[in-house]
Write a protein that binds this ligand. Structure first.
Ligand code: NAD
Length: 264
């Protein structure tokens, strides 16, 4: 299978690190022009340099915008070239007990994890539809189906993304624009590494081993029994963004290492 996306432009939100940066690198390697996004000049400049080091001939546009509110999303929309591929990767997560989760926290998760994707899809999908080709991808989570008791707010936001993705796929039926969600399981991104940093310093263990311990402690149904790499998740996303994936729309695609104990 040979994936080329020359002539296409892809926006990957929140792509200065973690899964988003890996997706941006994967798409850049296919020849697509890539728009990356982060919240500071320094972080987008660093990510752009990293991307160009991996793919020197890549065309990369960097936009600073905070996607946790409507103004920030509009700022991003206003700076964009035409977009063929939208990857809604922006998402925050963290452990918090349900009884300690106030309205402000619920709202922050809703705005960042759900509304950023609503706003960007609403702004960008009509032009894809008019051109007869496009890809919209939501980076959800296995937590959408496997709601974590210690992150109910996060699980709810991720389940909402699945509904959004399926609904939008129906709305765009027959248009040549596919809409799908990808469900990573525990993935050794910058965010997960940060969560494990204190333990790394305390135990002296390497980060991959700590991530595997984390997976077995918190997601014991994992079949790969380790965290996925960001590249393993990005590979699925690059495929679903490609012209080869033209018969897949409205799907929820798992890259969860088998964590969700189900045959579908
Ligand atoms: P990460 O924390 O490693 O990286 C996220 C990036 O997003 C960072 O560069 C950060 O600066 C940026 N960002 C955060 N808030 C932003 C905002 N408001 N506006 C713009 N940029 C912002 O995250 P990750 O682990 O790579 O997660 C990416 C996506 O994958 C999220 O939607 C997350 O829910 C999902 N996911 C992650 C895992 C995992 O184990 N890492 C598992 C399942 C799903």
């Amino acid at each position: 299978m040979h994936i080329r996306l020359d002539g296409k432009t892809a926006l990957v939100t929140a792509s200065t690190g973690g899964i988003g940066l890996a997706i941006a690198k994967g798409l850049a390697a296919t020849g697509a022009q890539v728009v990356i996004n982060g919240r500071s000049e320094a972080s987008v400049a660093k990510a752009k340099a990293e991307l160009l080091a991996a793919a020197p001939s890549a065309s990369v546009v960097a936009v600073v915008a905070d996607l946790s509110n409507a103004e920030g999303v509009q700022q991003l929309i206003d700076s964009l070239p035409h977009i063929d591929i939208l990857v809604n990767n922006a998402g925050i997560y963290g452990v918090r007990d349900f009884f300690e989760t106030d309205d402000a926290c619920w709202d922050e998760y809703w705005q960042t994890n759900v509304m950023s994707g609503v706003r960007l899809s609403r702004a960008l999908a009509p032009a894809m539809q008019a051109r007869g080709w496009g890809r919209v991808v939501f980076i959800a989570s296995e937590s959408a189906r496997n709601i974590p008791a210690d992150m109910v707010h996060y699980g709810v936001s991720k389940t909402a993304q699945l509904a959004l993705s399926r609904g939008l796929a129906k709305r765009l039926a027959g248009s040549g624009v596919t809409v799908n969600s990808v469900l990573p399981g525990p993935t050794l991104s910058d965010g997960l590494a940060q969560m494990l940093e204190e333990e790394r310093v305390r135990t002296g263990k390497d980060i991959e081993a700590l991530a595997a311990d984390f997976v077995m402690a918190h997601r014991p149904t994992s079949l790969i029994q380790r965290a996925a790499t960001v590249d393993e998740v990005a590979n699925m996303v690059v495929y679903i963004c490609s012209t080869l994936a033209s018969a897949t729309s409205g799907a929820a695609l798992r890259v969860d290492g088998g964590v969700v104990d189900d045959i579908l």
